[in-house]
Design a protein around this ligand. Structure first.
Ligand code: ZN
Ligand code: ZN
Ligand code: ZN
Length: 468
């Protein structure tokens, strides 16, 4: 897989009044338009996924659009890095060579992800010494002065042990510089998701993208395709408008978002949604009907919070039948008082989908999934990656239950959103096209022939899509 070229549709760097540097649109942008694509300055696969994905291109065995990747090759040197094939290993070698030696140096210890990341940044800096960079890695914000004592202690510890990994001779002499590099990662590293867009498997640092400021109702979204990070417009953007992404989950309430932004990104959000609210904000606390008694709402809110804790404990114990009873019992009580878009109810609805799927009660799982999708449609903008991915899951469930006509519609809707948020080059979109094709073919067959064809496919070892 060739790593795609970097791309920019004409963004400009500005100095904002109170948010440091930022990016603005150099021209009008349309919904779904690719605005910026960047290779990472440095990236690492998280230790938790080190054995399951390629450290160069992030592919994993079994990925539908990479049928040739069967088993990953292990690096003979460090026995830590893994690759799809010799080609990926060769391309990774320039970045991996010094790292390979460093990993061997600390063996049997294992460097933490941040240590590997700082190592990669320093080695990269050596290679790039002569290069003019538009945004210098050293100039990214570190918010060091705002850290708590514990956070500072944690950073200090990483700096002290860094020489064991990197060698003390090669390491920058100033502790401040090292501290700055470790702190930069905390504030600027972007999580890299797997080909399904679901699980975070690595982290990368993208200096230009790091300049994007936050807004709780952003006009852009950044998603990764392999190691590249791509920025797309979620709605039409005028020339000179500031480009913003959301650093936190848009589904969260104002209080939760602001708490996270303050504790993880060290600022108080002053966006329009935080200050003036909006329909989606009200929906997150909505009741089932108007004029609901205040005591009933208060009671059900507390009850929901308590039940969430209990259900999660049952989930940890993997007692699925009990979990199902608790979830459905809670929902029955919530139904009379709070609306499906209410965040407390949405959490329970999501757990209902999960547990019913686990118990293979697909019909019931689908019912709850459709309610979650309907709530997401009200809470999120029309074009949003979370909505696209969720509709895809619902479409797959409908398809599994042989509701082909409706599945075809849902998947089509998902495809339209996913093409605008992940791009038509993304594995997610390609998988979706395959599914839509299959759905269309099957809708002309009788139920019996559909079943026979699926069985034949399974026997032939062809993968059927899985939901959730
Ligand atoms: Zn690879
Ligand atoms: Zn190695
Ligand atoms: Zn805000």
């Amino acid at each position: 897989m060739a790593l795609l070229e970097e791309y920019s549709a004409g963004v400009e760097i500005i100095q904002t009044i109170n948010k440091g540097r930022g990016l603005i649109a150099g021209k009008r942008m349309e919904t779904g338009q690719l605005i910026l694509r960047q290779h990472p300055y440095a990236y690492v696969i998280m230790a938790t996924h080190a054995q399951t994905v390629c450290h160069y291109c992030l592919a994993c065995p079994g990925q539908p659009d990479r049928p040739l990747v069967k088993q990953l090759l292990k690096c003979g040197g460090c026995k830590f890095a893994r690759y799809c094939n010799k080609e990926c290993q060769k391309k990774a070698w320039t970045d991996h060579r010094p790292e390979c030696a460093a990993i061997k140096r600390v063996f049997p210890g294992q460097p933490v992800d941040q240590t590997r990341m700082v190592g990669r940044i320093l080695w990269k800096r050596d290679q790039n010494l002569a290069k003019e960079e538009e945004v210098k890695i050293e100039d990214l914000v570190d918010h060091l002065s705002k850290r708590t004592k514990e956070e500072r202690g944690d950073l200090d510890e990483k700096v002290y042990s860094f020489g064991d990994y990197f060698t003390y001779d090669a390491m920058p002499e100033s502790d401040d510089e090292m501290l700055h590099l470790f702190a930069i990662i905390d504030c600027n590293a972007v999580g890299l998701n797997d080909h399904k867009g679901l699980q975070s498997i690595g982290v990368g640092i993208y200096p230009m993208m790091s300049l994007l400021n936050h807004d709780c109702n952003p006009n852009c979204v950044a998603t990764n395709n392999g190691v590249n990070l791509e920025l797309r417009a979620l709605r039409p953007i005028e020339k000179d408008e500031e480009l913003c992404i959301s650093y936190v989950d848009s589904m969260e309430t104002r209080e939760d978002r602001r708490e996270k932004l303050s504790s993880q990104y060290y600022f108080d959000c002053e966006c329009n949604l935080c200050f003036n609210g909006g329909e989606s904000e009200d929906l997150k606390h909505a009741t089932a009907a108007e004029n609901m008694k205040e005591e009933s709402v208060k009671y059900i809110n507390q009850f929901s919070k308590d039940m969430l804790k209990r259900i999660n404990k049952t989930k940890e114990r993997q007692n699925w039948e009990r979990m199902s009873n608790q979830v459905l019992g809670t929902l029955a009580q919530q139904d009379c008082v709070i609306a499906d878009t209410n965040v407390l109810k949405l959490s329970i609805l999501n757990l209902a989908v999960e547990v019913q799927s686990f118990l293979r009660r697909q019909d019931s799982a689908l019912q709850y999934a459709e309610r979650v999708a309907a709530a997401y449609e009200k809470l999120l903008p029309k074009i949003h990656p979370t909505l696209g991915m969720y509709l895809m899951r619902v479409g797959i469930l409908q398809w599994q239950l042989q509701k082909n006509e409706i599945a075809h519609q849902t998947l089509g809707k998902a495809a339209s959103i996913i093409s605008k948020t992940f791009g038509e080059d993304h594995s997610l979109f390609k998988e979706l096209l395959g599914l839509i094709h299959q759905c269309r073919m099957e809708s002309h067959m009788s139920k019996n022939s559909q079943r026979e064809m699926r069985m034949a496919k399974k026997r032939a070892g062809l993968r059927l899509p899985e939901a959730f």
